[in-house]
Design a protein around this ligand. Structure first.
Ligand code: 2P0
Length: 329
């Protein structure tokens, strides 16, 4: 095959995702394989566009996010694998933009590294399978392996020494089961504790970590079955349960990982009040103060209105399920 030429470039878009059964904990820090599987939904409202350009004369890879230079260490892990498969050494410029405001506390490495995997392989003239893209994205960030796929996706923890069985795959395209997700923003510019560092601390200090690992397969099997049955109440109940189990793990880490603020808790109660009034709405929360609320599209405007009136909620964004990551040019 041809050598990788300076100036080779490609652009890609990937959407963010939120997990309904959460990833927390690693099997292998170098391969970045998770200790547990996870199941997520991809969001159409939040995405990252990334251009990768291989250049002559660069001493290191450069990462530019919304016009500001950032540390490229994790991006280089992905680019190294692409270079290796082409027998190439050229460094690259990575230019990324999020379609959501920087510092809104919504930034996700999931959409960023999924877009990077698609753009970098595209620029290098590779034609990877979706599974290969998922593995590549995983090397940047575990949650990014899921953002290769639209709709509902499941990440497999895997157990192989080379990490080749640790990838995500689609469970259901978004069009097969339209759902609404409302994101209640409770803090702008929140700087949550880095997930990689947090996971490491949990593994060595939370007495609940062994229980987290032991119960993950059941949560995954239950969620898989609930999705296959289009059982929204079951999906919602399981998502909330698994989210609170994750936060129990975080709260019992030393030092404690407390990602909630007062408005985060107020939104959780508002969602439970909505359910008491007959609306099927369920919350989930990641390593930050925002609350994502799942409901059926027919209830979205009522849920949006209810969340907007909760004290401390700054903004509510609505999303549907998003598509696979794809090449822009
Ligand atoms: C998730 N989170 O499943 C969980 C729930 C946050 C809470 O995946 O170390 O940024 O880069 O592989 O993917 C955040 O972890 O971690 C995450 P790394 P990542 O969405």
């Amino acid at each position: 095959s041809q050598t990788l030429e300076a100036g080779a470039t490609a652009r890609a878009r990937a959407h963010s995702n939120i997990a309904l059964v959460k990833y927390w904990g690693k099997n292998d820090a170098v391969l970045n394989t998770p200790a547990v599987g996870s199941i997520s939904i991809t969001l159409d409202a939040l995405y990252t566009d990334t251009r990768v350009t291989f250049r002559a004369g660069l001493a290191t890879d450069e990462l530019w996010l919304n016009g500001c230079r950032h540390d490229a260490t994790k991006a280089s892990r992905v680019l190294d694998l692409v270079r290796y498969s082409r027998g190439a050494t050229l460094c690259a410029i990575v230019e990324s933009t999020n379609n959501f405001p920087t510092g809104a506390g919504l930034a996700s490495s999931a959409s960023g590294f999924a877009a990077l995997a698609v753009a970098a392989t595209g620029a290098a003239g590779l034609t990877p399978t979706a599974r290969e893209l998922s593995i590549l994205a995983r090397h940047g960030s575990g949650s990014a392996a899921r953002s290769i796929f639209g709709g509902f996706a499941e990440m497999h923890a895997g157990s192989a020494a080379d990490g080749l069985d640790s990838y995500a795959e689609q469970l259901l395209p978004g069009a097969d089961w339209p759902l609404a997700i409302l994101v209640a923003i409770t803090a702008h510019g929140a700087k949550p504790i880095n997930s990689t560092v947090g996971m490491g601390a949990t593994a060595v200090s939370s007495p609940f970590y062994p229980a987290w690992l032991a119960t993950a397969p059941t949560d995954l099997a239950d969620m898989r079955a609930a999705i296959a049955a289009f059982d929204f109440v079951r999906v919602g109940e399981l998502a909330e349960y698994n989210c609170l189990k994750l936060h129990a793990l975080m709260l019992t880490t030393r030092p404690a990982l407390i990602y909630w603020n007062a408005a985060t808790v107020a939104v959780m109660h508002a969602v439970r009040d909505l359910r008491a009034s007959g609306i099927a709405a369920y919350f989930t929360i990641d390593a930050g103060p925002q609350v994502k609320v799942l409901c059926l599209p027919i209830d979205a405007s009522r849920v949006h209105a209810a969340l907007s009136t909760v004290g401390g909620v700054l903004e509510v964004r609505q999303s549907a399920l998003g598509p696979d990551a794809y090449r822009l040019d």
